[in-house]
Design a protein around this ligand. Structure first.
Ligand SMILES: Cc1cc2nc3c(=O)[nH]c(=O)nc-3n(C[C@H](O)[C@H](O)[C@H](O)COP(=O)(O)OP(=O)(O)OC[C@H]3O[C@@H](n4cnc5c(N)ncnc54)[C@H](O)[C@@H]3O)c2cc1C
Length: 258
């Protein structure tokens, strides 16, 4: 049984722009000489969408993209932030984590490892640090998880035998696994593909990279924020990390729920 104590976050996709189509749109609308000072599509796109609302390409105010997006955050016109998306894969996380994550609905899309199709008899398990750092608690946790996995394996075998008359092997396995998984703990490791737009990521970070959030989701939220600050400082640079007594981090900003 493999025990996991750190989540992994993979940024697998990011926003792109089609410069030639933007140029064609501007030419069709007699806009001459507009450009933004950010080379970053994730930052340029919401500025472009915002400027389209007022056709304010001709005489941009000074300060460039950073000031423009700062103003959007200040006045809370966050809908233009919905155009920019990032795609992440998150692994080494527990089913408790994903249960909390998928409560975020607006602007999020998910694809998660299926416990009906995938064999969990070789699953890994995610142990919280506060259990792992105490030998007695760790032992109690490990025993409980091992027993649960043993029970799962026995149930899959028993259910496969019970459904032996079903000819379709894939269906038989699915029926066995979907029932047997009921004994697996929240600690069971899972993988999830998450796509969200900039506005949705900001709301997620505000709620989950927060001292009141649960520890595992806070750790993931901090990792995602770190990536997004690198990806698009004009969109996420307003957050400041603070160290919490348990060694994890929270983030603060003055711009709430844009
Ligand atoms: C510290 C903490 C403790 C929590 N404890 C619990 C708990 O004990 N039990 C529990 O069930 N949940 C709990 N939650 C989850 C919480 O209730 C939310 O489901 C979760 O944080 C997602 O927030 P959201 O709905 O704002 O996000 P999203 O679903 O992403 O929505 C974003 C925003 O869009 C708007 N919106 C979305 N859907 C609708 C809609 N249908 N109608 C109108 N407006 C909408 C709202 O303004 C919303 O804030 C907790 C969350 C946190 C951070």
């Amino acid at each position: 049984m493999k025990i996991i104590r750190k989540p992994s976050v993979y940024l697998v996709g990011r926003q792109t722009l089609d410069d030639s189509e933007i140029a064609r749109f501007l030419a069709d609308h007699n806009v001459v000489g507009w450009s933004t000072d950010t080379p970053n599509a994730a930052e340029a796109l919401p500025e472009f969408a915002g400027r389209l609302c007022y056709m304010s390409f001709a005489k941009p105010r000074p300060g460039g993209n950073k000031t423009y997006l700062g103003h959007i955050k200040e006045v809370g016109h966050g809908s233009v932030l919905e155009h920019t998306v990032w795609n992440f894969i998150i692994t080494g996380v527990s089913r408790s984590f994903t249960h909390e994550l998928v409560r975020h609905r607006a602007g999020f899309g998910y694809s998660q490892l299926s416990q009906r199709y995938v064999d969990e008899s070789v699953a890994d398990f995610v142990e919280p640090d506060c259990i792992a750092d105490d030998p007695k608690l760790h032992e109690a946790w490990r025993t409980a998880v091992e027993h649960a996995q043993e029970a799962y394996i026995k149930l899959v075998e028993g259910l496969q035998a019970k459904f032996a008359s079903i000819e379709d092997k894939t269906l038989r396995r699915k029926l066995a696994r979907q029932a047997a998984r009921s004994v697996l703990p929240n600690a069971t490791e899972t993988k999830i593909f998450v796509t969200a737009n900039a506005r949705a990521w900001r709301h997620f970070i505000e709620l989950r990279c927060n001292e009141h959030a649960e520890t595992e989701i806070r750790i993931v939220a901090a990792k995602i924020l770190e990536v997004l600050q690198h990806e698009a400082p004009n969109l996420f640079g307003d957050y400041e990390f603070i160290a919490l007594p348990d060694g994890t981090r929270a983030a603060r900003t003055t711009f709430h729920k844009v």
